[in-house]
Design a protein around this ligand. Structure first.
Ligand code: NAD
Ligand code: LMR
Length: 332
């Protein structure tokens, strides 16, 4: 393999999402069989020893694409020279918590990691934040890394998009590949906005195929908004394999140009968005990738009164989270 090595950082390397993610990246599933990959794995000092075992298992898979593993507890050392940083490591919520209950607890993680990326990242380093509440943690990381392009920061609503595609397919009695243009707007939280106005089933508007509009506006909506909590309730732990799967989908979307007429959900900086959402939020929008980390907003989607009202609720939540963490950044 003569290609330049792709260096991918994964934080929270001893956690449950990382255990479902690292092996899939190392296997070549994300970048292809002829792309050498190096993993840069970060943990807190208390569990850093576990990374030795993770690294042993990674080598024991004998993946032909895995060429290097860097691991440790110092963000500046681990993030050095990375092309893609997957910021997973943070506390997950437990039963009964809302994601934004984690704000104060997890903010310091992203302040520190943003500052580290600012020192050792490059202008091309792409950053995908997964640790919750991921939109506002992503905003913190971006603010603490002013040397990086704000358009390189992303937070994960791809899991919600995938969940929505499955639910629509199930309700309509079709396979999941019949669902196109599934989209989540706003915050990865209980105010997220699954868009059934612009989504399609076999190229027809969802509302023409699923005529039970009461289900779309109520059960479907709440199901997605509460899916993370339902998994915690059922499993006793938050989603992990499906989260790892969505991280790979999101990273693939960034790398590869989006086919014409399609889009994906990605939480990105709201500056210059065509939907009137306030500036300086990390908000989930319909995006199209032109490849290699460059992306555009999709313009011209339909809006109705229902969608507008839901967008204003999720926007308000993100504004409040942002105002709260501004103080935390100043004090740190
Ligand atoms: P986990 O508790 O199994 O693992 C988290 C790991 O992160 C732990 O090993 C912990 O030691 C490590 N960690 C904590 N602080 C760190 C730091 N400063 N640097 C490096 N590592 C650190 O949790 P998990 O199930 O893997 O979930 C991780 C995060 O992802 C949680 O915040 C969870 O809520 C979030 N999550 C987000 C989505 C999404 O769609 N955005 C989906 C699922 C989970
Ligand atoms: C999820 O959506 O599964 C994650 O964000 C975990 C959570 O706390 O809901």
């Amino acid at each position: 393999m003569t290609k330049k090595v792709m260096r991918v950082a994964v934080t929270g390397g001893a956690g449950q999402i990382a255990y479902n993610l690292l092996f899939r990246i190392a296997s070549g599933e994300l970048f292809g069989p002829d792309q050498p990959v190096a993993l840069h794995i970060l943990e807190i000092p208390q569990v850093e020893h576990a990374l030795v075992g993770v690294a042993m298992e990674l080598w024991d898979c004998a993946f032909t694409t895995l060429v290097d593993i860097v691991h440790g507890a110092d963000a500046k050392t681990v993030f050095k020279d990375v092309d893609l940083a997957l910021l997973v490591g943070a506390s997950p919520r437990s039963k009964g918590m809302q994601r934004n209950d984690l704000l104060a607890q997890n903010a310091k993680v992203f302040i520190e990691q943003g500052r580290a990326l600012n020192e050792v990242g490059t202008k091309d380093t792409q950053v995908l934040v997964v640790g919750n509440p991921c939109n506002t943690n992503c905003w913190i990381t971006m603010k603490c890394a002013p040397n990086l392009d704000p358009r390189n920061f992303h937070a994960l609503t791809r899991l919600d998009q995938n969940r929505g595609a499955h639910q629509l397919a199930h309700k309509a009695g079709v396979s999941v590949d019949a669902i196109q243009r599934m989209l989540i707007w706003g915050n990865h939280s209980a105010t997220q906005v699954p868009d059934f106005l612009n989504a399609q089933i076999n190229k027809k508007p969802v509302k023409e195929v699923i005529t039970d509009h009461h289900w779309l506006e109520n059960e479907f909506f709440e199901l997605l908004q509460q899916r993370g909590a339902a998994i915690i309730e059922a499993r006793g732990r938050s989603s992990a394999a499906s989260a790892a799967n969505a991280i790979l989908d999101a990273a693939r979307s960034l790398k590869e140009a989006t086919p014409t007429g399609e889009w994906y959900s990605d939480c990105v900086i709201s500056d210059d968005n065509p939907y009137g959402i306030e500036k300086d939020l990390i908000f989930s929008f319909p995006c199209q990738s032109v490849g290699d980390g460059k992306w555009d907003f999709v313009h011209g989607l339909q809006m109705d009164a229902f969608l507008k009202e839901k967008l204003s609720i999720t926007q308000q939540e993100l504004i409040e989270e942002r105002e709260y963490v501004k103080k935390l950044i100043k004090e740190s």
